[in-house]
Design a protein around this ligand. Sequence first.
Ligand code: RB5
Length: 149
Amino acid sequence: MTASNRVVLSSDHAAIPLRQAIAAHLARQDWVVVDIGPTTLESTHYPKHGEAAARRVASGDCRFGIILCGTGQGIMMAANKVKGIRCGVCADTFSARMIRRHNDANMLSIGARVVGEGLALDIVDAFLTADFEGGRHAARVDMITALEA
Ligand code: RB5
């Protein structure tokens, strides 16, 4: 059963301070933050962190995932290889809202070397407070899912 208020966070070494700022921001709201690290600034490999977060979402342990690397791109690519994951990189609040409304995204990726902390927190809020609109968008999301077969 999906815990509807659980959000998993992960990143590589390039995004640890921003990930921690997002964790603190969400903890001040009604979200239960599942921060799976890493915690040291030692260089690491973004695919394994993207995969680990994606598996928490795909398994239903967490409703949403927020992942970060330098650009947000590499870790997003890794997460999207996990079945059931729809993850978009966002550097603006409009896109963050729309990947929920139209694409039913269950993960958000942010580039810590692309956006500052204030904008990143707004992006996170835009993503987590928007709802999937269904309707004609559901058929398109189903077409994405069909590509996994
Ligand atoms: C690490 O230097 C960097 O390549 C990584 O954080 C990310 O930007 C990859 O997409």
